[in-house]
Write a protein that binds this ligand. Sequence first.
Ligand code: UGA
Length: 442
Amino acid sequence: MNVVIIGSGYVGLVTGCCLAEVGNIVTCVDHDTKKVAALAAGRLPFYEPQLGQILGAQLAKGLLKFETSMASAVANADVVFLAVGTPSNADGSADLSNLLACARALGDAIPSHCVIVVKSTAPVGTGDRIEEILNASVRQADANDGIRVACNPEFLAEGRAVHDFRCPDRIVIGANDAYSSAVLEQLYTPFDTDGQRTMLMDRRSAEFAKYACNCMLAARISMINELSSLAGTLGADIASTCRVLRADPRIGASYLQPGVGYGGSCLPKDLSALIDLAQRAGEPAHMLRSIERVNVGQRQRLLKAICDYFGGGLRGRRLAIWGLSFKPDTDDVRASPSVALIRDLVQEGANVNAYDPVARPAAQAALGNVSVGFGQSAMAVCEQADALIVMTEWDEFKSPDLDRLATTMRGHMVFDARSIYKTKVLQQHGLHHYRLDQIMSV
Ligand code: UGA
């Protein structure tokens, strides 16, 4: 099929590359000329395992190209995906300005058989708004079947997005007409390897299901984090508790890692957008609000533990940070707990030195003029540090040279915000250990 993807961000690019890989002719459109030039030359604008190889291979085969002009790209399209960002407005609602602007720009340019697919995460009812915009276009009003708009949410987790696209656990197609459903089903056939993964539903249900998934995931994290704090206070061990929880198939084994809370460009944004939708609909959304509160509370708990450890203030304290991205295997620092914590630490007067295997440039940009040092290696930032704070569980942080760490630092405390170390092991090397589920014992 002739596929056009509007928006060469993370979702658009993964979708474009993976659809080209199965033989579609894909044109990715983005208004950022520099980005388009880099992509056309095979350079990715962000870090994502495996994506670079697919990009190079599909460019070479001629199945993938990049353009800045939407009108020429969509002229022969069978399917147009809208995959532009829907960031949060200040009030928590989703900012649809980019998405709706794309719909307006598409207006006259699309052929009448074309299916428009909203891939961006957008509030329930957005498909209706886009359909209205498109059907108001003069040429389409002439064409007169009306324009077909479907919703096909993405379920890609950063760092494993290629795997998630190639081997999806579900393919959600939300369409109010049979033609769109059939076209999308056909497009996704190569990915539905056992024929069991495609879920057809109406458009609003698909829009809602996407939010429901991310809110459920966020709920799980806040629940395990709250249980983890409670376990610590009551003298129970959260790791043992997790073993018991995981053994229950109704609870499930994954996504139960306690830590400093969820971040990234999806969970926080989608939760606040659903709270906004609930509010507008007159629903109280008690659970959704609590999930958010618990998440923010995790970071506050960590900051308080650090301040308490140093007797209240951090002025003049030298703190090392390992990890800047919101999770491992990505350079994304959007809503990263690490970046937020660094701001707080600097505000408290600390002298912060941070290291991340890939996210330094993004973190530097996000932190702007906040005064932070960045090091070339994990050990380098620990030089004479009063404490180490591990914020992202990158593999390279999991088994550091602990003897060297103990002699490199001038203090001995490791704040382990992702619970990746064992207290006994650190103690054997003269280091103290703090996890969010523990009561400060030093
Ligand atoms: C999330 C969802 O997992 C994807 O299914 C979804 O498609 C995507 O949002 C999206 O809407 O685009 P992502 O934000 O890449 O993907 O990251 P996750 O791996 O889900 O992690 C989110 C946050 O939760 C991270 O900060 C992570 O550290 C934290 N987390 C995750 C925990 O604290 N504990 C866990 O057990 C799991």
